[in-house]
Write a protein that binds this ligand. Structure first.
Ligand SMILES: NC(=O)c1ccc[n+]([C@@H]2O[C@H](COP(=O)([O-])OP(=O)(O)OC[C@H]3O[C@@H](n4cnc5c(N)ncnc54)[C@H](O)[C@@H]3O)[C@@H](O)[C@H]2O)c1
Length: 283
């Protein structure tokens, strides 16, 4: 199967980054979002990253023009997916939203198109089961910010076909990304490990083992993590982390029970950088 046109569904934090990677890789790319404001914001964010790439000498001006020329935006899902060979869903992390989108995609897109989801933790098998042909569904878990992060976790659902996996790997390689293959399991590799480390760090803070700054410093300087667990959770959002842990707890058991201190921070509205205050104060 030759992949020429990619549709990205959802133009938020991840969707616009994925659409940028797709256009830069040479694919005709259409970005869809239910919100025209999100589409506009996504488009501007791509332009900003492309412009800064040119300014820093990382991207040739002519390539930047070509990338932007390959990227379209629409709030009409039918227009976005009607001619797509490959669809990457990056809508909010709710299974009902994703399943409803999969139904629309099945109705509006070519029956041969690969349908990939950028879910961080949800079940691809559950999404795939809603399609007549579940073999064309796989996970494609990108990282934020997409233009900087090298990895894509490729997730194989129960019925994912070898041809679908090959298509996903081909697109990832053209985007310049490395891949790892994960058999579907809650949280895949990275979300599960990251949530565990973050939860453990909160338990240590709650027990008074060390200060937040020293726990972050220890992981950065002693274990060579590029960010401390509290710097990371402030970036991810404490509410997002809590919902991931609640999901892992339900799916995988007791060791993922969210630390009570994390729950308390969320109740206090300390959700991280996005509100100016999380574990640390940014105001
Ligand atoms: N933010 C991250 O660091 C990160 C990393 C990896 C994966 N993910 C996953 O990527 C997905 C998107 O996350 P995000 O952080 O970009 O969220 P976001 O909230 O920034 O963006 C989601 C976008 O989807 C749009 N949307 C809502 N309903 C829609 C629908 N029915 N159809 C199309 N678009 C719709 C919203 O308007 C919004 O622009 C989630 O599954 C998330 O778990 C996020």
């Amino acid at each position: 199967m030759t992949i020429r046109r990619i549709a990205v569904v959802g133009a938020g934090t991840m969707g616009h980054g994925i659409a940028h990677a797709s256009a830069a890789a040479g694919y005709g790319t259409v970005m869809f979002d239910v919100s025209p404001a999100a589409l506009e914001k996504g488009r501007r964010a791509v332009e900003e990253v492309v412009r800064s790439g040119v300014e820093r000498g990382k991207v040739a001006a002519a390539d930047a023009e070509l990338t932007l020329g390959r990227l379209q935006a629409t709030s009409d899902l039918a227009r976005a997916v009607a001619n797509a060979d490959f669809i990457i869903e990056a809508a909010p992390e709710r299974i009902d939203t994703k399943i409803a989108l999969f139904a629309d995609i099945e109705r509006l897109a070519p029956a041969s198109a690969v349908v990939a989801s950028n879910t961080s933790a949800l079940s691809l098998t559950e999404m795939a089961a809603t399609l007549r042909d579940s073999s064309r569904v796989a996970g494609m878990h990108f990282f934020n910010p997409v233009h900087k992060m090298k990895l894509i976790e490729v997730v194989q659902a129960l019925e994912t076909s070898p041809a679908t996996l090959a298509a996903v790997r081909e697109v990832a390689a053209r985007m310049g990304k490395e891949t790892v293959l994960v058999r579907e399991s809650p949280g895949f590799i990275t979300t599960r490990v990251n949530a565990s480390i973050g939860n453990e760090a909160f338990y240590m803070l709650m027990e008074g083992v060390a200060s937040a700054r020293d726990i972050d410093k220890a992981l950065k300087l002693g274990l060579n993590h590029p960010m401390g667990p509290f710097e990371m959770v402030d970036l991810v959002g404490l509410d997002t982390r809590l919902s991931i842990l609640e999901y892992l707890h339900r799916a995988l058991g007791e060791k993922y029970r969210p630390c009570p201190l994390l729950v308390q921070y969320v109740k206090a509205g300390r959700l991280g950088r996005k509100v100016g205050r999380g574990v640390y104060d940014y105001e």
